[in-house]
Ligand binder design. Structure first.
Ligand SMILES: NC(=O)c1ccc[n+]([C@@H]2O[C@H](COP(=O)([O-])OP(=O)(O)OC[C@H]3O[C@@H](n4cnc5c(N)ncnc54)[C@H](OP(=O)(O)O)[C@@H]3O)[C@@H](O)[C@H]2O)c1
Length: 236
């Protein structure tokens, strides 16, 4: 049995990655800020996917709160006793698309970094020890083309900087864990129809989740420290 931990698992890409993994027989530990929303999402999942042995467990998780992360990791250890896959999906984009770096407050940058970057650090620190015990792990960081230095431009400054930092986290941790059996990669899902992406996005949530699911199920010969879109490596 494999267990995947997903932050922000109650809607959008996190929920769809969960659905795709469940269909592959992976059990889920769904983290949700609001447990009731998470439970409703889990019921919705189980009404569309009927796994033989895999199951879905929901627990409260606010990635900006270290105590919440510690309690969530303890519940995962008690319930499943293992974590094989970590999907760092929770994220916010609270800025206007044409927001200016000059007019974004330091507090706004810190709020975005706390969730989009440090939130993932908190989860890695909580779950990598469980992965190390089994000598196996797949970490998938939900990054964005907006964090790509090659294509960096104006607008959404807090979000862009946070996703570039998440890419750096991906490479740093991949290097640190090299040879441990734990593969760490980042994904750019494209522009996806979710609450964050909005209705005009050009990808369905199913399409947006596909590469993250693929990275979560990589064989031991798979890549680490890479950035992927549509299952192909892309430039940072
Ligand atoms: N949609 C796109 O076009 C797109 C493109 C590139 C990258 N991404 C990335 O993909 C990931 C998922 O995006 P999405 O489109 O599915 O967004 P979404 O629909 O807005 O969902 C975001 C999820 O993150 C959760 N979340 C936010 N802050 C949290 C916190 N402090 N602790 C725990 N959970 C928290 C939300 O929970 P609540 O329900 O409690 O708010 C929600 O479950 C994000 O990292 C995003 O940056 C999305």
């Amino acid at each position: 049995m494999k267990v995947a931990v997903i932050s922000g698992g109650n809607r959008g890409l996190g929920l769809e990655i969960g659905r795709q993994l469940l269909a592959e027989g992976v059990s889920l530990m769904l983290g949700s800020r609001d447990v009731e929303k998470g439970r409703r999402a889990a019921q919705q999942l189980l009404s569309t996917v009927k796994p033989d042995t895999a199951e879905v467990h929901v627990a409260a998780l606010d990635v900006a709160d270290s105590q919440s992360v510690a309690a969530f990791a303890a519940e995962t250890a008690n319930y499943y006793g293992q974590c094989d896959i970590l999907i760092n999906n929770a994220g916010i984009m609270p800025e206007a698309r044409d927001g200016s770096l000059m007019q974004t407050s330091p507090e706004q940058f810190l709020e975005i970094f706390d969730i989009n970057v440090v939130g993932s650090v908190r989860l890695c620190q909580a779950f990598v020890p469980m992965m190390k015990k089994r000598g196996y792990g797949r970490i998938v960081n939900l990054s964005s083309g907006l964090g790509q230095l090659e294509r960096m431009g104006a607008g959404l400054p807090g979000y862009r900087l946070s996703k570039t930092a998440l890419n750096a986290l991906t490479r740093t941790l991949a290097a640190e864990l090299n040879g441990s059996g734990i593969l760490v990669n980042a994904v750019s899902p494209g522009w996806v129809k979710t609450e964050m992406g909005g209705p005009n996005a050009d990808r369905t949530v199913e399409e947006g989740a596909e590469t993250a699911t693929w990275l979560a199920l990589l064989p031991s010969t798979g890549p680490t420290g890479g950035f992927f879109r549509d299952k192909k490596a892309i430039i940072w």
